[in-house]
Write a protein that binds this ligand. Structure first.
Ligand code: HEC
Length: 261
């Protein structure tokens, strides 16, 4: 009997780790974990919104998102108008951009995609979209062979230049240690965790930069589903109501059957 229980426990444990094993075998670069506690931190989300509008909205649109959605992270109409609208947009407008897709194709070799649901679309590929974004925005390094002069550890040959380089500074890719695979290391090296070295610090320290990118990623997760908070609260409310209903129907049943027995 005891060993049966043990076996059952083992089976459960296996079922629990199976999905993670599948991811591990997928390969690809290792992702750093985004600070998830920021997802519900209003100050972080507001800082992320500011970074997004200042640095990303020039090339990327977020055309499912309205500026008025920023009220969901605690900003007032006036704060949005005074701090985050630059070129005559209105609070109710969608986050669109003036750049034409065709121009972008010519300039960067690829059009910058709309970022409204980027945290969700990248999520299916690497387990968590937030982790991918967090690694991507911290993974730019100097690469003279690229037209922009930049490459990226999680998005090889990316068309996007390192927009936040003034904040982060210059990183270079550390040479792979020769022992890692010798001359047959080509395919193998692509799967090894790439090591970046900061050769020139930007206006932020590495810790400050990680923190800022964490805020930005939290905001990208937020715009992917601005009603996520409300949805979760509603879910809890529905469960509470269902339990009350269950209790009531049980009491009612008892009342009905009282005289039958
Ligand atoms: C100068 C224009 C420009 C700016 C500014 C810019 N990007 Fe990009 N971005 C691009 C281009 C072009 C691509 C497409 C790269 C490719 O497909 O090779 C891209 C790709 C991306 C991707 C990958 C999308 C995907 O899944 O394929 C993400 C994520 C992203 N940008 C986030 C950002 C964030 C966040 C900011 C602000 C900090 C930002 N970008 C600012 C031009 C820009």
């Amino acid at each position: 009997m005891k060993s049966q229980v043990k076996n059952l426990c083992r089976l459960f444990a296996l079922l629990l780790v199976l999905p993670t094993m599948a991811f591990a075998s997928e390969g690809g670069p290792k992702l750093d974990l985004a600070p998830k506690e920021k997802f519900s931190d209003r100050a972080a989300l507001q800082h992320g919104a500011k970074l997004f509008i200042n640095y990303c909205l020039n090339c990327h649109s977020a055309s499912y998102v309205r500026y008025s959605n920023l009220k969901g992270i605690g900003l007032t109409d006036d704060q949005i108008k005074d701090n985050l609208l630059f070129t005559g947009e209105k609070v109710g407008d969608l986050m669109r951009i003036a750049m034409q897709r065709d121009d972008a194709q010519v300039w960067f070799g690829a059009p910058p995609p709309d970022l409204s649901v980027i945290a969700r679309s990248r999520g299916s590929e690497a387990g968590s979209g937030a982790d991918w974004l967090y690694s991507y925005l911290r993974g730019f390094y100097r690469d003279p062979s690229r037209p922009t002069g930049w490459n990226n550890t999680v998005f090889d040959k990316v068309g996007m230049p390192h927009i936040l380089w003034e904040l982060q500074g210059d990183q270079v890719l550390e040479a792979e240690p020769a022992a890692a695979g010798g001359e047959h290391g080509g395919a193998h090296a692509a799967h090894a965790a790439p090591k970046l070295k900061l050769v020139k610090q930007g206006t932020m320290t590495p810790a400050e930069y990680d923190n800022a990118v964490g805020d930005l990623v939290a905001f990208l997760v937020y715009i992917g589903e601005p009603t996520a908070d409300t949805r979760k609260q509603l879910g809890v409310l529905v469960l509470v109501l269902l339990s009350i209903l269950t209790l009531l129907s049980y009491l009612l049943k008892k009342e009905f059957w009282k005289d039958v027995h």
